[in-house]
Design a protein around this ligand. Structure first.
Ligand code: COA
Ligand code: AMP
Length: 658
């Protein structure tokens, strides 16, 4: 198919990838021309050491201005920047580039009025409404570092992020809307601040966007708090609009927390210039997207997908982005995505495989699809978890458009592997994420870090360092943790935490994580942090949480517990209490339901829990019992106990009939 104007000629993927490897400096300086710089960078890569590199370090820019002001200046002020579609309230709204720029400038001024300066952190805990996007871009406008927290996390998780990022201001709303209930955010924010010691947390103000659909306002909390709680509208009414502030390219744009193997989430730090350049390049070459195009990314601004492909990517490219508040099914039916695509005329849909599985489960014949005109849709992009080949075929045959399964992580910020439709449409294979994108030198390495890349050879997926522009700079607050987490296991490589293999055509198949991270409905969770929560229950002696296969959500967290000697509790009661505990401590997003009470956990003689064997047994896969097992009978006991697994119903804290 297409051509790459970047190279001034019809390009082939393999040539473009090779250019990125043979002359990274030239390749990325050329890509940097897509950005309006305040000071244009003369150097692409500055490698300070094997573990410390920067992109465009001598350049300065403002990312928010590149996403907004630049398009207004180019005469596209009346073009729609953002279409808000709330299936939850039945409303839609459109904001042009000029309107969005003005609202961002006003809120940026409001933040500045609160004393927020470049480098300060602002925590954004907002539902999927335009204010979330406005808050992010307003931070970027004045050089503040935003950290968006997903609304499905509970007060404890919020508190952990407040402690780590030390925001000066929290921007929130009265709440979000989930099918059949409103999720009130303000009690969660208030509790999180209490956990962090109130004013001692360093938070100087909480800004609340009052949503009619959800009870609660700043005034409800202001009187009892040592921290001012302020109303968004009142604050903005008095604000002096702020101009964009030039920032160094390697200044952090945002921190986004993601699950690691421990209970303490990692604050992934994204740079400004590298990210802007990479996303601009990606929108054209991977998404074949530009001015005049509309993208519907069905995710949440709390995830990296939302940061890159709801907010920054589409706006940097001058296109139109859709912000959808709703679900793929049930709001009101499995035609919800098709309706949004038809009404917005979107060229691209990007979503998680779970969403398509949910639609398929309810509407396998795609009868809803027939109600809508999707003639402008050209491709569906999938990420967040492995796409099962059956659903891949179902969606490709049903929609008749290109299906791009692309693989990436919060850490990389943009696709490591994809089918680069804006360069060349390669043969797509079900189950494969196609090929490495320019800038990513992907290898299969063994446990000793040796490169064993060859067709069909399975192993750890590593990426040769340095990582390309836009990938993480470090972990907030700890460069050493960044090095230990990603750069130490396989020297010379970034360890992705995923395993997989290439085929004879160089297409990569990503098969699953090698660590304790699981993916539930495309939401990344740590089994370690779930285990920490289960252990808070006074009856629990030991526990293990594994990611079991789930037909809909890809994986689900399954808990295995042993009870302390002498404790009398039924499995049903215990399961209900554990489910409530996880909901309170992590949040509903963990979707934790399954509890199996065991007499003992399968372990090796040295005490290591056999999580892999447990998972294989639960998933009905062939398994091997390590010779080092403590006692072979424990595996038989484990298999017997699976028949007693209790699946507890969710316990909802707030239920508001709609
Ligand atoms: N705020 C508060 N709660 C939230 C939430 C949010 N932003 N998002 C989800 N939740 C809650 C849900 O209400 C649900 O609560 P419940 O236990 O009280 O029912 C729980 O978290 C689990 O949610 P979810 O994983 O969404 O499951 P579901 O059963 O409600 O819906 C799907 C199933 C398939 C429709 C849904 O998982 C989905 O849309 N998946 C697509 C995933 C996706 O886009 N991932 C983004 C990663 S890129
Ligand atoms: P997150 O950081 O939340 O985006 O999660 C990243 C992880 O999701 C990756 O490390 C993979 O395990 C998984 N993942 C993302 N995209 C894909 C994909 N296309 N195929 C398989 N796994 C994926």
């Amino acid at each position: 198919m297409t051509l790459s104007t970047e190279h001034g000629k019809v390009a082939r993927y393999s040539d473009v990838w090779r250019d990125s490897q043979s002359d990274p400096e030239g390749f990325w300086l050329k890509a940097a021309e897509r950005i309006d710089w305040v000071a244009k960078p003369q150097t692409a890569l500055t490698q300070r050491s094997d573990t410390d590199w920067r992109w465009f370090a001598d350049g300065t820019l403002n990312v928010s201005a590149n996403a907004l002001d630049r398009h207004v200046a180019a005469g596209r002020g009346d073009t729609t920047a953002l279409i808000y579609d709330s299936a939850m309230t039945g409303t839609t709204a459109r904001l042009s580039y000029r309107e969005l720029r003005d609202r961002v400038a006003a809120f940026a001024g409001a933040l500045r009025g609160l004393g927020v300066e470049a480098g300060d952190r602002v925590l954004v805990y907002c539902p999927m409404t335009p204010e979330a996007v406005i808050a992010m871009l307003a931070c970027a406008r004045i050089g503040a570092i935003h950290s968006v927290v997903f609304g499905g996390f509970a007060a404890n998780e919020l508190a952990m992020r407040i402690r780590d990022a030390q925001p000066r201001v929290i921007v929130t709303a009265s709440g979000g809307l989930e099918p059949g209930r409103a999720v009130e955010y303000l009690p969660l924010v208030s509790r999180a601040l209490e956990i962090c010691g109130g004013a001692a947390s360093g938070v100087e103000a909480v800004v609340v966007r009052d949503r009619e659909a959800v009870p609660g306002s700043a005034a409800d909390y202001a009187a009892d708090s040592e921290i001012p709680w302020l109303d968004w509208d009142e604050l903005v009414a008095d604000a002096e609009p702020a101009d964009p502030v030039p920032m160094r390219a390697d200044d952090p744009l945002y921190i986004l927390y993601t699950s690691g193997t421990t209970g303490s989430p990692k604050g992934i730090v994204r740079d400004s210039g590298g990210y802007a350049v990479a996303l601009s390049w990606v929108m054209q070459h991977v998404y074949d997207f530009g001015v005049g195009d509309t993208i519907f990314t069905a995710s949440d601004v709390g995830w990296v997908v939302g940061h890159s492909f709801i907010v920054y990517g589409p706006l940097l490219a001058g296109g139109t982005t859709v912000l959808y508040e709703g679900k793929p099914v049930g709001t009101p039916d499995p035609g919800a995505f098709w309706r949004v695509l038809a009404e917005t005329g979107a060229k691209v849909l990007s979503t998680a495989p779970t969403a398509l599985r949910a639609i398929r489960r309810e509407d396998p014949e795609l009868t809803e699809l027939r109600k809508y005109d999707l003639s402008r849709l050209q491709a569906v992009y999938l990420a967040g978890e492995r796409m099962d080949p059956e659903t891949w075929h179902w969606v490709r045959d049903g929609l008749g458009v290109e299906i791009v399964d692309h693989w990436w992580q919060t850490e990389t910020g943009w696709p490591i592997c994809a089918n680069p439709l804006g360069i060349e449409t390669l043969e797509a294979k079900a189950g494969s994420t196609t090929v490495p994108m320019p800038g990513f030198d992907v290898r299969i390495v063994d446990s000793a870090g040796a490169d064993i890349t060859a067709p069909g050879v399975e192993g750890n997926i590593g990426i040769r360092t340095p990582l390309p522009p836009g990938a993480m700079l470090e972990i907030w607050g700890s460069r050493q943790r960044f090095i230990d987490s990603y750069l130490t296991a396989f020297p010379g490589y970034y360890a992705t935490g995923d395993a997989g293999h290439f085929d004879e055509d160089g297409h990569l198949f990503v098969m699953g994580r090698t660590d304790d991270v699981i993916n539930v409905a495309g939401h990344r969770l740590s089994t370690g942090s779930l285990e920490e929560v289960l252990l808070l229950h006074p009856a629990i002696a030991e526990c293990a949480v594994i990611g079991a296969h789930d037909e809909l959500k890809g994986q689900r967290a399954a808990g295995f517990v042993t009870v302390k000697h002498g404790v009398r509790v039924t499995a049903e009661d215990l399961a209900a209490e554990l489910v409530r505990l996880v909901r309170e401590h992590i949040g509903p997003v963990a979707a934790f339901r399954d509890v199996t009470v065991l007499n003992r956990l399968p372990k090796t003689r040295s005490g290591k829990i056999l999580r892999k064997t447990m998972r294989q047994i639960v998933d009905g896969e062939p398994y091997t019992v390590p010779a080092t097992i403590e006692d072979t009978g424990v595996v038989d006991d484990f298999i017997d106990a699976l028949a007693t697994t209790v699946t507890a119903p969710p316990t909802r804290a707030v239920t508001i009939p709609r």
